[in-house]
Each structure stands twice: as structure tokens, then as C-alpha cells.
Write a protein that binds this ligand. Structure first.
Ligand code: GTP
Ligand code: MG
Length: 209
């Protein structure tokens, strides 16, 4: 386990930027001013979306993290100079009722299909689990939406160093992706966080101000 320096990481382009919470919205067509490119975080409930967002910007308490799944139920917008990070509600929440699931599906589907300012999607998968039926359904929706997607494997700290590469290979294979198309991350050990921040900044045009 490497020693991790506390405080901002000077090589992470998002750690040196101011960031502000803009608001939580139930409407996928909400007009957020100023209009800027958006990078959305999507994945199963409890996969670690809010934690990843916090790690990316170096602000542990920014997005709400919870041990009980299904806490993020709205589109949460965070503004970095030049673009927005959007924390989407998680899918596959077993205890959600039928109506809540249908509402969720509509919110996310409409956002992915219609949102003009959506520049890219960070799709999170827990490295410990094979893709679920919900993950496969989301993959289909992402393909149909035609959006640029970066697949991110979360909670890499839960595996041993030697266990990581074969697991990443297996997961990439089961998703029909090349190994280079998946990014290993851990919000706890900070593995892959600077690399992901750099990819996000590149996806929105390489500018953070
Ligand atoms: P919803 O908003 O409910 O969809 O969940 P989420 O995807 O935003 O997950 P969240 O960030 O709230 O994290 C869920 C749980 O996983 C929390 O208990 C986190 O502490 C834990 N977790 C998140 N990221 C990591 C990680 O990199 N490593 C480990 N070990 N645990 C993590
Ligand atoms: Mg969340």
C-alpha cells in the first residue's frame, strides 16, 4: 500500500480548481446557467459515484456518500471552471419500488438521450462483481445514446495488487471492451484518480478555466 500525500495533488488538474455545488434537479431538461459541457457519472447504486467525484476534485465532503444505497435520487450538478460534473442517481437499487425504478429509468434515459450539453459519461462498475443485468441494460442505453463513454472500475483497493490485472481483463472482456478502455480506480487509495481527472479535462476540450 503506497503512502498517500494528504491535501491537493498538484498533478491532478481538478485539485487546483475551485468547485461549487450548483443544485439538485429532477428534470433532465433543466436549464443550468451558464450552459457548459457536462460530464455525467453513472453506475449501480453504491458503486462509488459520489466518492469518485469527491476524490477527483479533492473534496471529501462535497457529494454525499452513504453506506445505504439509493441516496442520490436527483441530478446533482457541480461546477468546475469550464464544465459541470453531474452525479446521477444509481440504478439497480434492490429495495426501490416499481414506481421509483420507472421514475429513475425515465430520468436517466431522457438525460442520456436528449441532453445537448452532455459531453461524456463516466460509467462505473465495481471491480469485484461481474456486470449485472442492470449494467448490461445500461451499456445498451449508452451505446444507443452515442455518447463518448469511459468505463471506470471502482474500489480497486478491495483486491490485491496481483489480483487487479486479471480481474480488469475479465471485466473488460465481458463488456466487449479492450483493456485500454477501462480505467482502474480507488477513491480510497486514490489509484487512477489523477489519470481519470486528466481524461475528463481532455474530454471537455482540455480547458479548466
Ligand atoms: P448511490 O448514490 O446510492 O447510488 O451510491 P454511490 O454510487 O454514490 O456510492 P457512494 O460513493 O455513496 O459509496 C457507497 C459505499 O462504497 C460507501 O460506503 C463508500 O465508502 C464505499 N466506497 C466508495 N468508493 C470506494 C472505494 O474506492 N473503495 C472502497 N473500499 N469503498 C468505497
Ligand atoms: Mg451517490
Amino acid at each position: 500500500m503506497p503512502f498517500v500525500q494528504p491535501g491537493p495533488d498538484p498533478s491532478n488538474p481538478l485539485h487546483t480548481q475551485p468547485i461549487e455545488f450548483v443544485g439538485s434537479f429532477p428534470d433532465p431538461q433543466v436549464r443550468v446557467e451558464p450552459v457548459l459541457p457536462e460530464i455525467a457519472f453513472i453506475g449501480r447504486s453504491n458503486v462509488g459515484k459520489s466518492s469518485l467525484l469527491n476524490a477527483l476534485v479533492g473534496r471529501p465532503g462535497l457529494a454525499r456518500v452513504s453506506g445505504s444505497p439509493g441516496k442520490t435520487t436527483l441530478l446533482n450538478f457541480y461546477r468546475v471552471p469550464g464544465f459541470y460534473l453531474v452525479d446521477l442517481p444509481g440504478y439497480g437499487f434492490a429495495r426501490a419500488g416499481k414506481a421509483a425504478r420507472a421514475g429513475y429509468r425515465k430520468l436517466v434515459t431522457d438525460y442520456l438521450r436528449q441532453r445537448q450539453s452532455l459531453a461524456g459519461v463516466v460509467w462505473l462498475l465495481d471491480i469485484r462483481h461481474p456486470p449485472s443485468a442492470d449494467d448490461k441494460e445500461m451499456q445498451q442505453l449508452l451505446i444507443e445514446s452515442g455518447r463518448p463513454v469511459l468505463a471506470v472500475l471502482t474500489k480497486a483497493d478491495k483486491l490485491t495488487r496481483s489480483g487487479l490485472p486479471p480481474r480488469a481483463r475479465d471485466l473488460a472482456e465481458s463488456l466487449g471492451l479492450h483493456q485500454d478502455q477501462v480505467q482502474l480506480t480507488s477513491s480510497h487509495s486514490k489509484l487512477g484518480i489523477t489519470e481519470l481527472a486528466t481524461s475528463i479535462v481532455a474530454a471537455v476540450g482540455g480547458e479548466t478555466s
